[in-house]
Design a protein around this ligand. Structure first.
Ligand code: ZN
Length: 67
């Protein structure tokens, strides 16, 4: 799981990392210490992204809805 050697994107410490994928395609890596926080962070971000996409969607579609 923590297979990537690098610098943690949360605490900026060199460690073994695991990747987290954001909804917009960005991948950040967290160490074991930051894992739970990172999961929460990514989940919240993705929820906000989804909500933002929903908000920016036009209320009435120009396309007729398929029956
Ligand atoms: Zn960390």
């Amino acid at each position: 799981m923590f297979m990537i050697e690098g610098v943690c994107d949360w605490c900026k410490q060199p460690s073994l990392l695991t990747p987290h994928q954001y909804l917009d395609g960005k991948v950040y890596c967290s160490c074991k210490d930051c894992y739970e926080f990172a999961c929460m962070d990514v989940r919240l971000y993705n929820q906000e992204e989804e909500a933002a996409q929903f908000r920016t969607r036009p209320k009435f579609s120009a396309q007729p809805t398929p029956a």
